[in-house]
Design a protein around this ligand. Structure first.
Ligand SMILES: NC(=O)c1ccc[n+]([C@@H]2O[C@H](COP(=O)([O-])OP(=O)(O)OC[C@H]3O[C@@H](n4cnc5c(N)ncnc54)[C@H](O)[C@@H]3O)[C@@H](O)[C@H]2O)c1
Ligand SMILES: O=C(O)[C@@H]1CCCCN1
Length: 315
């Protein structure tokens, strides 16, 4: 294997191979393993970030090693502040899979679909664990790629009666609603979308709060996906202080989430702690899951390879 050139697996192939019904249980297992902090299970340091000042962006390096599973990979992700508006993409990602023994690159895999689906799947896991079991109304703030993947997985696995979408422009929200076949309602303001919602997903490129605690129904669950820099926000202090805060990675949230850093909110638990049964899922409280994406790009990558080659492929 060490002498072979890397295989390149691109967007359409990843899209064909990844399914939420397979991704979700694998990510639950991986989140649980990570929270045990057993170095033979998962080593996933907080990502290294290189500022791309001239372009108002960042390069994030996200290595992971799962020794027991024999999987070594790193995601390379560039992300930008596009708040001022731009036709260029806000996030671009590639995943590189390496042989942990030889150190050679085995595969270069498009990271766009992995990022969209993994992030939405982890938010869906947070909702499975933390939302009210009879949740009926979903609100999505944002109308980009993550808004779409979140819409897809949340409506695939939960029986919401109503889905509301807010975007910076009314046209953007209406375009989004048309793109999903009209099964959601475009709202004229974030407040209108959020009032009375049981589950709220924030997937904006905003650097300032778009979600305010005074609008949020007590007991609602928020999956907060944007604002992945220590000085960027999507939520205000009222919400951050009232809610019980969960994260994918505690270290990641403390280092990278402006919502956590600037509000001084405490991270109560990781999703993996809840999965492992070491911390409770406080469903009756208002909960925020702060997603940084720190984790688990390796997991989807590791099963794309065998799927790509069929069962005969061995890592
Ligand atoms: N937590 C994670 O794992 C993870 C993974 C991928 C992306 N992200 C973050 O999620 C966010 C969305 O990513 P995406 O790939 O969907 O990006 P995108 O560029 O496709 O969409 C961004 C959306 O945010 C909106 N927006 C931008 N500035 C805004 C503002 N000030 N107020 C309200 N809306 C605003 C845009 O109109 C657009 O609808 C970004 O912040 C991105 O960095 C997080
Ligand atoms: O983990 C990721 O893929 C994202 C990209 C954008 C910024 C935050 N993290």
């Amino acid at each position: 294997m060490s002498g072979s050139p890397p295989v390149v697996i691109w967007e359409h192939e990843v899209e064909r191979l990844l399914q939420y019904r397979e991704l979700i249980p694998r990510l639950e297992e991986a989140l649980g393993k990570f929270s045990k902090r057993d170095s033979a299970e998962v080593i996933q340091p907080v990502r290294s970030t290189v500022p791309l000042q001239k372009h108002d962006g960042f390069l994030g390096l996200m290595p992971t090693y799962m020794e027991n599973d024999g999987v070594l990979s790193t995601k390379l992700v560039c992300f930008y502040n596009r708040e001022a508006g731009s036709s260029l993409p806000g996030v671009q990602a590639t995943v590189v899979l390496l042989d942990p023994e030889y150190g050679n690159v085995k595969a270069v895999i498009d990271g766009e679909v992995i990022t969209a689906m993994r992030t939405a799947a982890v938010s869906a896991i947070s909702a499975k664990l933390l939302m009210h079991p009879e949740a009926e109304v979903l609100a999505i703030l944002g109308t980009g790629k993550q808004a779409l993947s979140h819409y897809n997985v949340f409506t695939e696995i939960f029986p919401f009666k109503e889905v509301r979408v807010w975007g910076r422009t009314r046209e953007g929200a209406e375009r989004f609603v048309r793109s999903v076949g009209g099964a959601a309602r475009a709202c004229g303001s974030a407040e209108e979308a959020v009032r009375g919602a049981d589950v709220i997903v924030t997937v904006t490129g905003s650097t300032k709060p778009v979600l305010f605690g005074q609008w949020v129904k007590p007991g609602a669950h928020v999956a907060a996906v944007g604002a992945c820099r220590p000085d960027w926000r999507e939520m205000d202090d009222v919400l951050m202080k009232e809610a019980v805060v969960y994260a994918d990675s505690r270290e990641g949230a403390i280092a990278e989430s402006g919502d956590v850093v600037l509000s001084g909110a405490e991270v109560f638990a990781e999703l993996g702690d809840v999965i492992n049964g070491t911390k409770p899922a406080l469903r009756e409280k208002t909960t925020v899951f702060k997603s940084l994406g720190e984790l688990m790009k390796t997991e989807p990558t590791s099963f794309i390879i065998p799927l790509h080659y069929g069962k005969s492929f061995s890592c």
